[in-house]
Design a protein around this ligand. Structure first.
Ligand code: HEC
Ligand code: HEC
Ligand code: HEC
Ligand code: HEC
Ligand code: HEC
Length: 174
């Protein structure tokens, strides 16, 4: 258990729950690198939306920036000002839209702050599919409680090796 492990946990988020988790990890000597399952405020359904919409309709920055972006409620408002179905979850979205309140989504994928990662680089320049890192969301009817693949250095390295991309430490660490 070293300084880096603490950095991983503390850069994750400052929310008290996660601080508590970090402390628990310290106590358990780093036994819990994988975060607990996340439960989202609305049971978002990727499957019904990706039939008609591209991923970047909602994740607007995925080809332009390091981050992909979680859609603000104004994106949902395009269709959810009225009742779209009998679903209670869709009604929750309508209420957020009406009250102009952001839906407090929780992120499940995050690299520590000492790691360089860019979506633009991988998706646009590298031509990689989202599935290679996030699994198949086209069939997901509820939010994923945990990452399809945990973000680990081994995983980044394995693909870089396979595709003959730079694996020098300073490629990913500054
Ligand atoms: C282009 C239109 C469109 C946009 C944009 C859109 N939705 Fe929907 N959404 C729909 C339609 C249509 C349905 C009903 C689908 C059905 O019942 O087959 C739906 C259904 C839902 C449901 C119910 C799913 C279920 O399992 O019954 C939820 C929850 C939902 N949307 C959340 C959102 C959220 C959150 C956003 C913004 C991030 C969003 N939608 C953006 C059109 C849209
Ligand atoms: C209608 C908007 C919409 C579309 C289209 C959409 N997403 Fe999402 N996506 C969301 C919302 C809202 C969340 C947060 C709730 C959840 O995790 O389900 C999310 C979460 C995610 C996450 C988890 C991010 C994290 O760290 O928590 C990934 C990965 C993702 N989407 C990938 C995709 C991919 C790949 C596609 C296309 C196949 C796609 N999304 C299409 C709205 C959308
Ligand atoms: C090479 C692996 C890789 C590919 C390919 C990839 N992602 Fe990601 N994704 C990640 C990593 C790593 C993170 C965490 C990044 C961070 O913390 O800055 C992430 C985070 C996200 C998030 C969380 C929110 C945010 O702002 O970053 C969403 C949403 C997401 N990805 C969607 C997508 C979509 C949509 C695609 C395909 C168009 C895609 N990703 C392709 C690895 C990937
Ligand atoms: C599925 C394969 C795959 C995975 C997983 C992957 N990468 Fe990459 N990565 C690539 C490819 C391909 C490129 C080259 C893209 C291009 O052509 O510009 C790349 C390029 C990069 C670059 C730019 C390299 C340079 O020479 O400037 C960085 C930084 C990087 N990746 C970081 C990461 C990190 C951090 C992770 C893990 C969180 C990761 N990658 C996971 C395939 C992958
Ligand atoms: C392709 C991207 C990539 C390259 C190249 C890379 N790393 Fe990492 N590294 C990561 C990611 C992502 C993490 C955070 C996830 C994890 O801890 O596995 C990480 C974490 C670490 C940590 C913290 C580990 C821990 O358990 O807390 C150390 C130390 C580290 N890297 C050292 C190195 C050294 C030394 C090299 C060169 C031999 C290197 N890295 C090359 C992506 C990379």
């Amino acid at each position: 258990m070293g300084r880096d492990e603490v950095a991983v946990e503390s850069s994750f988020s400052s929310q008290s729950k996660k601080v508590a988790l970090a402390l628990a990890c310290l106590v358990a000597l780093g036994a819990c690198k994988s975060a607990p399952p996340v439960s989202q405020p609305v049971q978002f359904n990727h499957a019904v939306h990706v039939k008609a919409l591209q991923c970047n309709f909602c994740h607007q920055y995925v080809q332009k920036a390091d981050f992909a972006g979680i859609p603000p409620v104004k994106v949902c408002a395009t269709c959810h000002r009225g009742k779209v179905s009998g679903s209670a979850e869709a009604e929750k979205v309508r209420a957020f839209v009406k009250e102009r309140r952001e839906i407090p989504w929780q992120r499940i994928y995050r690299v520590p702050s000492y790691v360089n990662f860019s979506h633009r680089r991988h998706v646009l320049l590298g031509g990689l599919q989202c599935e290679s890192c996030h699994g198949d969301l086209r069939a997901a009817s509820t939010p994923q409680p945990r990452p399809a693949f945990a973000i680990s250095m081994d995983r980044c390295m394995a693909c870089h090796d396979e595709r003959k991309v730079d694996t020098d430490c300073l490629t990913c660490h500054h």
